[in-house]
Design a protein around this ligand. Structure first.
Ligand code: F6P
Length: 325
């Protein structure tokens, strides 16, 4: 078994609130166990550029309450190429990194898995994305904070929607994952949630809006998951106008959902995952993810976390519709 002395840590893909807590936990657990942690700046891109910083306990002081990531992150398309990964493995060897901790989403984990499969690099994944859409884990760091940020925004929109008797379509992040949209829909009393899996069901949205109006409601909120790229809410706005003559305002929340101080839940889970990642590396695990399953942080083989999970929970949609009559 490789004797672990140095571990590298990087963030990859979209940042998420709580990543700093995970970095802090990895660094301090490593130091507590006599290891030397190295921060790799700007994800796989920084790895390829050899951008490694030795870290100590003070490097991660006063960061756990801040959003973003002190290590910065990137989306590195080059990493899909085998030759580039070969170069990355070579750099890790040259820098004497014995294990690599990757905080990110399914794309980042696929990169980590390839590094392990092709070059036997010891890799630990920590799920960090606001989308909560990775297979093999019930939770990804940042989701709770992002949902709360969106809920706060929708509460404010509800105030003005009510004052002006308007319908709003509020677009939230999450690409094709409906997780953020459904949670926000339940928590804000939205009339309907659009998630980009099927065609937009204009009949159902219009009938939900009209049903509310007929019992005296003067405002409606429709939550829309963004889809492949931001802007699905404009399609919904156009359809409602053309098909039913309903005027709706659009508000796209965008990247504010990725920032902000992490919630206590995100801090707690990220801290536990960071600790667990180092403990499992020391216990000899080679390729795993720290997963949150049934309320506990545990670890699962990395192969189980390479896909997007289909988070659509029909019961949540049912809840939105039942409670917003
Ligand atoms: O990190 C996840 C996510 O925020 C998605 O919800 C969103 O679709 C995407 O990233 C946006 O990515 P970028 O910031 O690169 O535009």
């Amino acid at each position: 078994m490789t004797q672990i002395k140095n571990i590298g840590i990087l963030c990859s893909g979209g940042d998420s609130p709580g990543m700093n807590c995970a970095i802090r936990a990895v660094v301090r657990t490593a130091i507590n166990n006599g290891l030397q942690p190295y921060g790799i700046v700007r994800g796989y891109q920084g790895l390829l550029e050899g951008n490694f910083i030795p870290m100590n306990a003070s490097s991660v002081g006063n960061i756990l309450q801040h959003g973003g990531t002190i290590l910065q992150t990137s989306r590195c398309k080059e990493f899909h190429e085998p030759d580039i990964r070969k170069e990355a493995a070579h750099i890790l060897r040259r820098k004497k990194i014995d294990a690599l901790v990757v905080i990110g989403g399914d794309g980042s984990f696929n990169g980590a898995w390839a590094l392990h499969e092709e070059h036997k690099v010891i890799v630990a994944g920590i799920p960090g994305t606001i989308d909560n859409d990775i297979s093999g884990t019930d939770y990804t760091i940042g989701f709770d904070t992002a949902v709360q940020t969106a809920v706060d925004a929708v509460d404010k929109i509800r105030d003005t929607a009510h004052s002006h008797a308007r319908t709003f379509i509020v677009e939230v992040m999450g690409r094709r994952s409906p997780a953020i949209a459904l949670h926000v829909g339940v928590c804000t009393g939205a009339e309907n949630v659009i998630y980009p899996k099927d065609e937009i069901d204009f009949d159902s949205i219009a009938s939900d809006i009209k049903r509310g109006m007929s019992r005296g409601k003067n405002s409606s909120i429709i939550i829309c998951a963004e889809g492949n790229k931001p802007g699905l809410a404009y399609e919904a706005q156009k359809g409602l106008k053309e098909k039913f003559g309903i005027d709706a305002h659009v508000c796209i929340l965008g990247h504010i959902q990725r920032g902000g101080n992490p919630s206590a839940i995100d801090r707690f889970i990220a801290s536990k995952m960071g600790y667990r990642a180092v403990s499992e590396i020391l216990a000899g695990k080679q390729a795993f993810v720290t997963a949150y399953i049934k309320g506990e942080v545990t670890s699962v083989p990395l192969q189980e976390c390479l896909k997007k999970k289909d988070e659509y929970l029909p019961q949540n949609m049912e809840l939105v519709k039942t409670l917003s009559i």
